[in-house]
Design a protein around this ligand. Structure first.
Ligand SMILES: *[C@@H]1O[C@H](CO)[C@@H](O)[C@H](O)[C@H]1NC(C)=O
Ligand SMILES: *[C@@H]1O[C@H](CO)[C@@H](O)[C@H](O)[C@H]1NC(C)=O
Ligand SMILES: *[C@@H]1O[C@H](CO)[C@@H](O)[C@H](O)[C@H]1NC(C)=O
Ligand SMILES: *[C@@H]1O[C@H](CO)[C@@H](O)[C@H](O)[C@H]1NC(C)=O
Ligand SMILES: *[C@@H]1O[C@H](CO)[C@@H](O)[C@H](O)[C@H]1NC(C)=O
Ligand SMILES: *[C@@H]1O[C@H](CO)[C@@H](O)[C@H](O)[C@H]1NC(C)=O
Ligand SMILES: *[C@@H]1O[C@H](CO)[C@@H](O)[C@H](O)[C@H]1NC(C)=O
Ligand SMILES: *[C@@H]1O[C@H](CO)[C@@H](O)[C@H](O)[C@H]1NC(C)=O
Length: 759
């Protein structure tokens, strides 16, 4: 998380500096291609002519010289239009040009930053891996910070030739030679014209697809990395690393730069990925607080759906507050981050009188000798701590805001042999990867240690780091940082969609980028542990690739439905999955979506909730978008709005009971209409089962669906009756369609909420 924060911070500072200096700005300009005069042979020449005419007009109007506007990109698929660097005068003139639809200012974008496959139940012998041939020949395009092609995770041993349909390229550049791609990493391109147009004097430190930050190497290997034995993070998480679709191919589209990240470049990357022929797009990035017609990622991915490309995105790392989610776009999958059943730790041996285990991720080497150990209460006085430098110090966290942070810093500054922190801080994972030897104990283990110190005259202890503990219960849990719904841009569709492992994920890392610190020094590793929804998203991209390999004709909506309706709501203790960000209460679907992804079950969903492009158009019409806003998203000037509806055929339900002026006890009924397609046995009967939703009456009609053929569709209505103004912020339950013998269990979350999205 720290690396991503740094990233965001650095790009913010750079953006700020240039915003102060630059006069012209980048704009994404949406044009109506259908009004292009016949005289122009192609879009680009029309755009250039339009731009030169507006430059001339704006120069004529003002006395000072205005720099000539510059075309940055002409987009082919994802946007009908172009991006250009424009002065305010030029932009105004452009608005009157024939064919102009709308424009958005370029924006700076947020990056959301071994064992996970086992935790997901992926197994070489049975299930999704062998059935999909490990995602063979599916191409995953990753929009990110670039790639470290030398990583063993991109080794192409045993892979067959690249499919002939692939039109991508491996672009040469600084420290990147086109021969670095292979049958695993089949493409690598970079996009920075927008970045350069925004910051004309910028020096790009690595002008090629090579990753200088590590994020893209990590996400792309999480999705489709090959097998690498003996992977570890300085001895933690040791094992054979691999992506969730080890047989799939990767193409990297570098659009996020150390120097900044702009939407004009990201759109160009998506545009190129579609042209090149990717099957899945993985985007661990997003933009906050935008309407769908302003969100370039939403606009660009609408075209991807039209071309049957599955799009997986990250929900963001702004949790645990509600309504913090980005990419709440109805046609993409939005992924939340959960924990795995793995912890990293250290063992403290108390003078030969027993041991206690704590959490730790210190990457350095630590002596196996015994050291004196002392209890220093709250460790609040650095002068005191310095006096006992050569000792292991034990600190009791009083549990106040920032108290663990203060203790941690005090011990680090004092330079004690090691710090042992007794804490119940739920965000202890932020501290675990410490540059000095630090161990985090639960209260009961801490009490054992303090008792040992108090009852011995010369207490000594030794510490052994680099322990990996599997089978941690309960897991998964919802992380505190994962962003929560409802979706700002489209509240009527419940978001996020699904949860996947995002916490302490081990994946490939560039050899020359520090993976951690030991004291002041950077230490290097071919693998790194990172946390964030950035890490959760590519897990799902890989699993979507497995499904694509098995069902190449399924729509993105059908694949999304299969993933959602087969996900798990129960953790490995058999209880409802808990939310670390909500005091370990059962997680609600605004935090984890439908549930935790279960790839093997997703292979055989029984029923799917499908959606066509027209269904999304009906939704956009239901949002009361203007014709111009619709055109911006759909790229079509003839959108059929005869059937506007916010009731998208989605595998989840969100009902708003937020009429703040309502009379007490007055009730209302909200209705949802859905159609399911039978993708299981031809002849099957499904029965509806609704778990109670607190304070509401939920009914399903009909509650039995009888199918006689494969791909047959059946419709039903779900009604939620409740108070106009719900007392609870969130109430939730599930609708489950079960066939005979519960061979298929098709589950959808139902959320009722009193939240109101304020715009
Ligand atoms: C790429 O590397 C190969 C092998 O090292 C070399 O033969 C070739 O000339 C290089 N190509 C470019 C474009 O630098
Ligand atoms: C770019 O560099 C030129 C010449 O060094 C300078 O005049 C100009 O102000 C710089 N522009 C920005 C935006 O820094
Ligand atoms: C720890 O020890 C190993 C093996 O001796 C060595 O390769 C590594 O560089 C050491 N790590 C540090 C951070 O000094
Ligand atoms: C820290 O402890 C020293 C004695 O070792 C004492 O003089 C000093 O006042 C203490 N400082 C604080 C901030 O409590
Ligand atoms: C954490 O510990 C502090 C004191 O050590 C206690 O006051 C607090 O209630 C505890 N919090 C939780 C969530 O257990
Ligand atoms: C769209 O407009 C209709 C008619 O004015 C209104 O009933 C509906 O609430 C509006 N929908 C949204 C999402 O604002
Ligand atoms: C619009 O869609 C409706 C069905 O929802 C259809 O009846 C109608 O013919 C369509 N109109 C046009 C112009 O395609
Ligand atoms: C509203 O419902 C509550 C609980 O059901 C009841 O106690 C109260 O009298 C009702 N109020 C009105 C105005 O009907």
């Amino acid at each position: 998380m720290t690396k991503q924060m740094q990233y965001v911070w650095v790009s913010f500072v750079i953006l700020f500096i240039f915003m102060k200096l630059a006069k012209a700005d980048n704009y994404i300009v949406h044009m109506d291609f259908s009004v292009m005069p016949k005289a122009f042979s192609n879009q680009q020449s029309w755009y250039l002519a339009t731009l030169s005419s507006v430059s001339a007009k704006s120069i004529a109007k003002t006395s000072t010289a205005i720099p000539l506007s510059k075309l940055i990109y002409t987009y082919n698929h994802v946007i009908q239009g172009f991006s250009a660097s424009l002065t305010p005068e030029e932009l105004e003139a452009l608005k009157n040009a024939p064919g102009y639809v709308s424009s958005d200012k370029d924006r700076s974008v947020k990056v959301d930053t071994t064992h996970s496959f086992k935790f997901l139940g992926l197994n070489s012998g049975t299930g999704a891996w062998p059935v999909s041939n490990f995602g063979k020949d599916v191409i995953i395009g990753v929009i990110d910070t670039g790639v470290w092609p030398e990583s063993e995770s991109f080794n192409d041993n045993g892979m067959t030739d690249v499919p002939s349909r692939w039109k991508g390229a491996c672009e040469s550049g600084t420290q990147f030679n086109s021969s670095l791609c292979n049958k695993k990493l089949i493409g690598a391109r970079s996009f920075n014209k927008g970045l350069i147009a925004q910051n004309p004097n910028i020096t790009i430190s690595m002008n090629s697809p090579r990753d200088t930050e590590g994020h893209g190497t990590h996400t792309s290997s999480t999705a489709a990395g090959t097998y690498v034995e003996d992977a570890s993070f300085f001895g933690y998480a040791t094992g054979t690393a691999r992506g969730t679709a080890p047989g799939a191919r990767v193409a990297m589209y570098k659009a996020l730069w150390e120097e900044g990240a702009y939407t004009t470049d990201i759109i160009a990357a998506i545009d190129q990925a579609i042209t090149d022929g990717v099957d899945v797009l993985s985007m661990s990035l997003g933009l906050d607080g935008l309407e769908l017609y302003e969100d370039p990622i939403a606009i660009a991915t609408f075209t991807a759906i039209d071309k049957n490309i599955f799009v997986s995105t990250s929900a963001g790392n702004e949790g645990p507050d509600v309504e913090t989610l980005h990419n709440g776009t109805p046609w993409v999958l939005t992924v939340a981050a959960g924990t795995m059943d793995r912890d990293f730790g250290a063992t403290l041996t108390l003078g030969g009188k027993g041991t206690v285990n704590g959490l730790a991720l210190y990457p350095g080497n630590f002596s196996s000798s015994e050291f004196p150990i002392v209890f220093m209460d709250a460790c609040g006085n650095t002068t005191e701590l310095r006096k006992i430098k050569q000792k292991i110090v034990v600190c009791q966290d009083p549990g106040k805001e920032d108290s663990l942070n203060d203790q941690f810093n005090n011990v680090q500054v004092a330079g004690n042999t090691a710090g042992v922190f007794i804490t119940n801080n739920s965000n202890v994972d932020i501290f675990e990867q410490s540059p000095f030897p630090a161990i985090f104990l639960e209260q009961k283990d801490g009490d054992t240690v303090v008792d040992f110190i108090k009852t011995n005259t010369d207490p000594k202890a030794s510490v052994e780091f680099k322990k990996t503990i599997l089978g941690i219960k309960p897991s998964p849990r919802v992380t505190s940082y994962t962003s929560r719904g409802p979706s700002y841009s489209c509240p009527s569709v419940l978001k996020p969609d699904i949860m996947a492992p995002g916490d302490s994920v081990l994946a490939a890392w560039p050899t020359n980028i520090g993976a951690a610190r030991v004291n002041e020094d950077l230490v290097f590793s071919n693998f790194n542990l990172l946390s964030g929804t950035s890490m959760a998203c590519p897990h799902v991209s890989g699993i979507a690739a497995l499904l694509k390999a098995v069902y190449p004709d399924w729509s993105p909506a059908a694949i999304r439905s299969a993933l959602m309706t087969t996900s798990d709501q129960i953790d490995n203790t058999g209880s409802p999955i808990k939310d670390i960000g909500d005091n370990l209460r059962p997680a609600n679907p605004l935090a984890m979506g439908a549930g935790h992804i279960n790839p093997n079950k997703a292979l055989d969903p029984g029923l799917v909730y499908d959606a066509t492009v027209q269904d999304y158009v009906n939704l956009l019409c239901g949002l009361n978008f203007t014709a111009q806003q619709l055109k911006t998203i759909t790229k079509s000037s003839s959108n059929n709005c005869s059937n506007p509806s916010l009731d998208l055929n989605y595998p989840s339900f969100i009902a708003f009971f937020n009429d703040r002026g309502a009379k007490p006890n007055s009730t209302t009924v909200l209705e949802f209409h859905r159609t399911v397609t039978n993708v299981g046995d031809a002849s099957s009967t499904y029965k509806a089962n609704v778990t109670p939703v607190n304070g509401l009456k939920v009914t399903v009609e009909p509650d039995i669906l009888v199918f006689k053929a494969k791909y047959e569709k059946k419709s039903f209505k779900l009604s939620v009756e409740g108070p106009r103004q719900l007392n609870e912020a969130v109430s939730f339950g599930y609708l489950t369609w079960e066939d005979n013998g519960r061979k298929h269990v098709v589950r959808s979350p139902i959320v009722a909420t009193s939240y109101k999205i304020e715009k």
